[in-house]
Design a protein around this ligand. Structure first.
Ligand SMILES: Cc1ncc(C[n+]2csc(CCOP(=O)(O)OP(=O)(O)O)c2C)c(N)n1
Length: 337
């Protein structure tokens, strides 16, 4: 790629971008801890990919932690989610155990899918995690099916379909959102707009109006939120989820964020503009929450949280490294033929 393509996002420099300065400090600390766990997990995944411990392609969500944290913080145990090839943060924020997840990425027998799935096929149905997915858009119809089942069960559960803005070009998005509106099932279409789909800036990759207008054209309510501010995400998405629990139909939320990682580990990102990256770095979700707590004079516990999280993830890596690979004789287990 010879010409750097800018995502032309104005969010980073925009005075309208929200700052996480609302709410009490406990909400901020809780969000900080969840985001720090995701950040540290993703950093460890990157290191271990380079060291050859993580197999296959791996996509991290560094910079996007406030989306997973804000949305999943609103979910209850009985709620469900589907996610994508970039789903580690969503799974952790929904309650997945980092030790079982790390072992899964390392292909070990102690992994959450016994080492069969890896990063792009993480799933823990017992936690409501219906699955990551290597096929762009493919989690969306699964979420709609989950929402149909949830409504039939009658317990007020909701389903969140996480997907990137690149997925709105797929037939699965069109089919899934159309059917959800027709059936009026409780699914939140959570579109994580991280400004890029692989190596293509999102701006200019569609000719029509924005994501919200596109979603509204299907006949469902749609909002757009600062996805680098976990409090803004909670405040905006909370009432939407509550309405769905009360029986309202599906809804769409664009969460505006920025992928600080490459598309996959090892992507040197020659296609993007460094000035833009630097602007977004100033709006790093962890930095924003730390600054908000400093402003409230309540940041004293954050370094201890960092140390706890680091120890937890280091232990997860050590555990994964020590765990056995699945025995070759079990290769046909869990496979339907
Ligand atoms: C159906 C399908 N088409 C193409 C691909 C190749 N592919 C993998 S990730 C990706 C970009 C996805 O962008 P987006 O949905 O915005 O998610 P992000 O990577 O930004 O999180 C593409 C095109 C695929 N995996 N599946």
């Amino acid at each position: 790629v010879s010409t750097k393509r800018s995502a032309k996002s104005t969010e980073a420099a925009s005075p309208a971008a929200s700052k996480p300065d609302r709410g009490d400090h406990e909400r901020l600390v809780t969000a900080y801890r969840t985001m720090a766990r995701i950040r540290r997990f993703e950093e460890a995944v990157g290191t271990n990919f380079r060291e050859g411990n993580v197999h296959g392609f791996v996509h991290t969500s560094i910079g996007q932690e406030a989306v997973a944290t804000g949305v999943c913080g609103l979910l209850e145990e009985g709620d469900y989610l589907t996610t994508t090839h970039r789903g580690h943060g969503h799974c952790l924020a929904k309650g997945a155990d980092p030790t079982a997840m790390m072992a899964e990425l390392f292909g070990r027998d102690t992994g959450s899918c016994r080492g069969r799935g890896g990063s792009m096929h993480l799933a823990q149905p017992e936690l409501g995690i219906l699955g990551a997915n290597g096929i762009v858009g493919a989690g969306i119809p699964i979420a709609v099916g989950g929402a149909l089942a949830a409504r039939a069960a009658g317990a007020g559960a909701v389903v969140v379909a996480f997907f990137g803005e690149g997925s709105v070009h797929t037939g699965a998005f069109h089919e899934g959102i159309s059917l959800a509106v027709a059936w009026q099932v409780p699914v939140l279409f959570a579109c994580e707009n991280n400004q890029f789909a692989e190596f293509t800036a999102s701006t200019g990759s569609w000719g029509g109006p924005g994501l919200v207008e596109r979603a509204q054209s299907y006949g469902l309510p749609a909002i757009s939120v600062d996805g680098n501010d976990p409090m803004a995400v909670e405040d905006a998405v909370g009432p939407v989820i509550e309405a769905m629990r009360g029986g309202s139909g599906p809804a769409f939320a664009e969460l505006r964020t920025y992928r600080m990682s490459g598309h996959y580990e090892g992507d040197a990102t020659p296609y993007r503009d460094e000035t833009e990256v630097e602007l977004w770095r100033k709006r790093d979700p962890l930095t924003l929450v730390r600054e908000a707590l400093v402003g409230l004079q309540r940041a004293d516990g954050l370094d201890a949280i960092d140390r706890e999280v680091e120890a937890e993830i280091d232990a997860a890596v050590a555990d994964a490294l020590a765990a056995p690979y699945p025995d070759p004789s079990t290769v046909m287990e869990y496979v339907r033929v």
